[in-house]
Design a protein around this ligand. Structure first.
Ligand SMILES: Nc1ncnc2c1ncn2[C@@H]1O[C@H](COP(=O)(O)OP(=O)(O)O)[C@@H](O)[C@H]1O
Ligand SMILES: N[C@@H](CCC(=O)OP(=O)(O)O)C(=O)O
Length: 369
């Protein structure tokens, strides 16, 4: 099975910071590198920001648009130019590409999640490099990924990628922003059990069109490594470093992955769904869920937060407020307020009708390490 590599490149690498004009040499080197990877047998997906940045440059706008509609309009102008530039460059090397525009909604519904995965897999099997971006033109607030770091991690989880490269305008992650704190120390490796309590100072590069910053890259690393994807932050001005990193060179910041979730459905539950609430567990339920592979029963629930319905995704927390797992509930929040702490055989009497045996079945539950 060919390894799948997802590469995300941010606005700060694709455009010249002060003018918004295209960093053509970087884009051309990226295109050469990805084509080289394809020829080596890797399956490659490019997640490219830049629609807003390129659109601003095309329209002579020097400040990032403030309103959603302005951003959507400018992104529509920029996306057309961006994909044209990619297609012209990749075409020169005989490498076909495809444009894939996604919104957060495409991941929330199981059917559209499976459809997106099937389409991407079909493109990869055809030897095509999908070029993915958020569909800014229709992505209203409740449907937004917010940034392409998150989008790229969700795509890597969706397709079961082996690698995610986050290309940005610094060499790696540091203990603080190296532009502001020259004494900041570089971070070369983050073990899987260190990521949840990584303590660094973060912020964006100030590119007025980007939205990510290191916060979103660390969030992306959490999502991707949780799905079993090795994640690397490295410099977008040196795309050929990707080949060196795949060959074993220690370049950039590498985030070690967790064990891969057993199947695509579990990856969807962990990363495709948006959690609608919180359920707090007692120690007995915590042990049953995290160590004994059991389903969640009402007796182990000590508190419920949020308004949700049966079939929604909710997050499971320990009593000391640590997120333990995510799952699809068989009861609404109102029902759980009535049956929390109660034995399963009392549920029917309490609710007045026959309910499910479990609050969350084991098959619909993913442990978040
Ligand atoms: N701890 C940190 N380590 C490295 N870079 C950091 C850190 N905190 C903030 N930054 C800043 O984050 C910027 C990269 O984020 P961003 O502007 O979103 O880039 P991109 O457009 O590639 O997503 C860097 O230019 C750097 O100045
Ligand atoms: N869809 C947007 C993505 C914005 C974004 O995430 O930018 P960046 O933080 O530079 O990766 C665009 O193409 O401008």
């Amino acid at each position: 099975m060919n390894q799948i590599i997802v590469i995300k490149i941010g606005t700060s690498s694709l455009t010249v910071p002060d003018t918004g004009s295209l960093a053509l040499s970087t884009i051309a080197t990226l295109v050469e590198t990805l084509t080289n990877l394809r020829q080596q047998g890797y399956q490659v997906i490019l997640v490219s920001s830049g629609a807003v940045g390129v659109g601003c440059g095309r329209l002579g706008i020097s400040k990032r648009p403030q309103t959603l509609h302005q951003k959507q309009a400018i992104a529509a102008v920029g996306q057309g130019r961006l994909i044209r530039i990619y297609d012209d460059l990749f075409n020169n090397l005989g490498q076909p590409i495809a444009q894939i525009l996604l919104t957060r909604h495409d991941f929330k519904e199981r059917s559209s999640y499976v459809n997106a995965n099937n389409t991407l897999q079909a493109l990869l099997d055809l030897g095509v490099i999908p070029v993915v971006n958020e569909n800014d033109t229709v992505a209203t607030d409740e449907l937004k990924f917010g940034d392409n770091d998150t989008l790229s991690a969700l795509v890597a989880s969706l397709v079961g990628a082996d690698w995610l490269f986050l290309l940005t305008d610094v060499d790696k992650l540091y203990s603080a922003d190296p532009r502001l704190v020259p004494s900041a120390t570089p971070i070369d490796l983050v073990a899987s059990d260190e990521l949840s309590n990584l303590d660094i100072s973060v912020g964006g590069s100030g590119t007025s069109w980007g939205t990510g910053g290191m916060v979103t890259k660390i969030t992306a690393a959490r999502i991707a490594t949780g799905a079993g994807v090795t994640t690397v932050i490295t410099n977008g001005k040196k795309p050929s470093n990707i080949i060196k990193i795949l060959a074993g060179r220690a370049i950039g910041t590498r985030f070690e992955p967790q064990p891969r979730p057993e199947n695509a459905r579990k990856r969807w539950i962990a990363n495709g769904l948006v959690s609608k609430g919180k359920i707090y567990l007692d120690d007995g339920a915590l042990k049953a869920i995290s160590e004994q592979g059991k389903s969640l029963l009402s007796a182990g629930i000590i508190a419920v937060e949020g308004d949700f319905y049966s079939a929604d995704a909710v997050d499971l927390y320990s009593q000391d407020n640590l997120k333990i797992a995510r799952g699809i509930v068989n009861y609404s929040s109102n029902e759980l307020q009535l049956i929390k702490g109660k034995k399963s055989h009392n549920i029917n009497d309490i609710l007045g009708y026959e309910g499910a045996e479990t609050v969350i079945h084991r098959d619909n539950l993913v442990i978040i390490n």
